[in-house]
Design a protein around this ligand. Structure first.
Ligand SMILES: [Mg+2]
Length: 183
């Protein structure tokens, strides 16, 4: 299980992701988390930068789908304003929400290796993506201070596992998790 918590990429923010390069490498479908990945819990709607990012991603040729564990109406409101297809209450790290995005929401059929998951949490986004055999880019949370309920609990679990990964897989830890772990 420990290995399934190690992402394939780490980026400080979604704006640092080299989407053009990733497309050249063969990725075609982006499944993105919402809270603390695209916006903080304090924000509700996409700003102009985020809208420009979506245009860039889609202009490259990607399909871009939102997959959020939240079941709140803020997800519907955000997705409508952002004009993005979405799956809410996705239950990451269970596979079903991510699979639903791939199999039912996406307009085309994609192979597992063409799919990249973006998210800010090891226990949901990274674990869920890896369990589906998709690649995962871990993004530094926009504002951890705004985490709520279950996410706070997940952060505690995360810290526990980060220490274990650091011990058992120091090379991977240094490459993908050192900054995230705050070392
Ligand atoms: Mg999140």
């Amino acid at each position: 299980m420990l290995k399934k918590l190690i992402p394939d990429y780490y980026f400080k923010s979604v704006y640092d992701i080299p989407f053009e390069e990733l497309y050249e490498q063969g990725f075609r479908l982006i499944l993105t988390d919402l809270d603390n990945t695209l916006i903080s819990y304090k924000q509700t709607l996409p700003d102009d930068d985020l809208k420009a990012l979506k245009k860039r991603i889609e202009d490259i040729g990607f399909e871009f789908i939102l997959v959020s564990n939240s079941r709140k109406t803020r997800v519907d409101n955000f997705a409508t304003a952002y004009d993005i297809p979405y799956v809410k209450f996705s239950t990451k790290p269970l596979k079903r929400g991510l699979k639903k995005a791939k199999n039912k929401v996406a307009k085309k059929k994609y192979k597992n290796e063409e799919i990249l998951v973006l998210g800010d949490q090891l226990m949901t986004d990274v674990l869920g993506g890896k369990r589906c055999k998709y690649k995962v880019a871990l993004i530094e949370a926009i504002d951890k201070g705004t985490d709520i309920g279950p996410t706070r609990f997940n952060r505690k679990l995360e810290n526990f596992f980060l220490k274990r990964i650091k011990k058992k897989y120091p090379e991977e830890y240094n490459k993908y998790l050192r900054e995230y772990g705050g070392d």
